[in-house]
Design a protein around this ligand. Structure first.
Ligand SMILES: *Cc1c(COP(=O)(O)O)cnc(C)c1O
Length: 338
């Protein structure tokens, strides 16, 4: 039994999801004629109280499209230094959009309105124009921490006042919402655009959805096309997304709880320190001598447990749909024995 804690992207479709995919009605989505893609887009838009949505192959693409549509070359985007758009999207903000990036040193991947206010540049010919703020919820490299609506609202108000757009990288937004109990519609009112990933905790094989108003999504469709993301009978994939939104949202609470259970045990172990606060399904901790991250991962692998290093002494575990109660028990037993 291989236990894969590398990422919540490692899940495989369930039987129910596969059946939904098999039964999908499809058409050519470049012509807007795939009914299942259209249904997924309408569902995602309505879920967040927005006008429209766009199904894309990846969360990198949905984020990159948002950066492109919200900015002009020589603008800059303001975000936390740990942001996915900065760390893990190949520097695409510069490549696709010709913009700069203004990084804020936040707390666990989260930034405040005060920090954003201080980062917004004045309107001078020789400065980049601050035109967009991106928040990540939950914050991936920030250890799965989440924003509450009360924390986001002042940033939203500031962006309105200073005429900046606000984008949500919500790859794991549902992992946050099952904790806070807050409504998707309320999230929708605070952002100009939202990216959600279907292929993370929601467990689909492929896909992300970009959500916004009609004008934004119309422009986004063109950018998706030029990036090579116009797909044809994509309804087979969209069907998995619809199934996931219907069946896999509430259960994310289980993933969050399992991560917290592992964290509790880690805290008691002599070779572990600095277990970061676990708010959702991501768990980051340091291992001490005699271990390095590399030797610890090797030892885990001898017990068929896969995870990833997040630094020379730092390990990340991510729980997900395919990480069962039985696997949790084995992990707790294995790590507790050393
Ligand atoms: C995974 C992820 C993305 C998108 O990643 P893809 O692998 O391109 O789908 C975007 N933002 C965050 C925070 C992520 O964790």
């Amino acid at each position: 039994m291989l236990i894969n804690l590398l990422s919540d992207t490692v899940t495989k479709p369930t039987l129910g999801m596969l059946q939904a995919m098999f039964q999908a009605e499809v058409g050519d989505d470049v012509f807007g004629e795939d009914p299942t893609v259209n249904a997924l887009e309408a569902k995602a838009a309505a879920l967040f109280g927005k006008e429209a949505a766009l199904f894309c192959p990846s969360g990198t693409m949905t984020n990159q499209i948002a950066l492109k549509v919200h900015t002009q070359p020589l603008d800059e985007v303001i975000c936390d230094e740990y942001s996915h758009i900065y760390q893990y999207e190949v520097g695409g903000y510069a490549f696709h959009s010709g913009i700069g990036i203004n990084l804020i040193k936040g707390t666990n991947g989260k930034i405040t309105a005060e920090q954003v206010a201080a980062a917004i540049k004045l309107d001078y010919d020789w400065l980049p124009k601050s035109s967009l703020v991106v928040l990540e919820n939950t914050a991936n490299k920030g250890g799965g921490s989440y924003y509450t609506l009360d924390e986001i609202r002042p940033i939203h108000d500031l962006c309105k006042e200073r005429d900046l757009k606000l984008h949500l990288d919500g790859a794991r937004i549902f992992n946050a919402l099952v904790e806070t109990g807050e409504a998707t519609q309320a999230v929708g009112t605070l952002f100009d655009s939202i990216s959600i990933c279907l292929s993370k905790g929601l467990g689909t094989p492929v896909g992300s959805v970009l959500i916004g108003n009609q004008v934004f999504i119309k422009k986004s469709r063109r950018v998706r096309k030029v990036m090579g993301g116009g797909m044809r009978q994509a309804g087979y994939l969209a069907a998995a997304g619809i199934y996931a939104l219907d069946n896999h949202v509430q259960r994310l609470k289980e993933d969050n709880n399992r991560a917290k259970q592992i964290a509790q045990v880690l805290q008691t172990l002599h070779y572990v320190s600095n277990v970061r606060p676990v708010q959702t399904n991501i768990l980051i901790f340091d291992v001490n001598s005699p271990y390095t991250a590399a030797t610890y991962l090797e030892k885990l692998l001898q017990h068929d447990i896969k995870a990833t290093a997040f630094g020379p002494q730092t390990i990340r575990f991510v729980t997900h749909l395919d990480f069962t109660e039985e696997m949790l028990e084995k992990v707790l037993k294995v790590i507790g024995d050393w």
